[in-house]
Design a protein around this ligand. Structure first.
Ligand code: GLU
Length: 261
């Protein structure tokens, strides 16, 4: 169905929700429950829900005795290998309360460029959704090199939204949407609506990730939102704490209109 405003979100057929590392780890670790409850509510009313979740690395850091984010790729990859399974266990334990089964899907950018792997991934996602499984997608960090890494999954989420023809992509962050300036700067205002084709050239983007565990930011989110909008998926960028309101269609975050068909 065509989702042309936030109010249409509860009626959407298929939704992709993306959450970043800083929203579900460290002092925000409790938010994973809020997120899962909101996803379960949407799933329960018949919406097909795909979650794109970062957080493998951030979850893995303490298990390999790291107190902050390392800079070298092999250590980041080791942290992701350790953290990914822990992260999935956390999700599945919370989803069990709603009798929802999760399916882990790990993808690299190369998988989207190659016709056969892209179409295999699309078929697998269709089957998972048909089976009422909730796919949880992350980058396959152990095989992604520095040059081709997606980083904090904003672009991966936009590619997944395109892959599954999602009606809406919800990008969750620790800020409620895109602001005219970094939100801590006086005078910064939330942008409520970005009409299709609007370039956001008046926006002053700040630096990445507030908690020092992730690698995305407002700039990567806006770019991912514009990519998804061009592919026909409307986008809402909002605060992870507001996910339940967002999925109920409340007036939160920044809405990006999709290209008309
Ligand atoms: N795929 C990574 C993860 O889940 C992305 C996060 C990052 O680069 O910090 O941990």
């Amino acid at each position: 169905m065509r989702v042309s405003s936030r109010q249409d979100i509860p009626a959407a057929r298929r939704i992709v929700v993306k959450v970043g590392s800083s929203s579900i780890s460290g002092e925000n670790a409790h938010q994973i429950k809020t997120l899962v409850e909101a996803l379960a509510e949407a799933h329960g009313r018949g919406t097909e829900v795909v979650l794109v979740s970062s957080g493998a690395m951030a979850t893995g850091f303490p298990y390999i005795n790291l107190t902050s984010r390392p800079t070298d790729l092999p250590t980041l990859q080791a942290a992701a290998a350790v953290g990914q399974s822990r992260l999935m266990v956390r999700y599945q334990e919370l989803l069990d309360h709603s009798n929802i089964v999760a399916g882990q899907v790990l993808l690299t950018s190369g998988d989207f460029e190659n016709d056969s792997t892209r179409s295999n991934a699309a078929l697998a996602m269709e089957k998972l959704l048909e089976l009422r499984v909730l796919p949880i997608v992350n980058e396959n960090d152990t095989v992604a090199t520095q040059e081709i890494r997606f980083g904090d999954n904003d672009h991966l989420a936009a590619l997944v939204a395109k892959l599954v023809n999602a009606d809406v992509l919800v990008l969750l962050s620790d800020v409620d949407g895109i602001y005219t300036k970094p939100p801590t700067v006086p005078g910064a205002e939330r942008i409520e609506l970005v009409p299709f084709g609007h370039l956001l050239d008046h926006v002053e983007f700040g630096s990445i990730g507030s908690a020092g565990v992730g690698s995305g930011g407002a700039g990567t989110k806006a770019a991912a939102a514009q990519f998804a909008a061009e592919s026909g998926t409307a986008v809402l960028i909002t605060n992870a704490a507001l996910v339940a309101s967002a999925l109920r269609g409340d007036n939160v975050g920044t809405w990006f209109d999709a290209a008309s068909e």
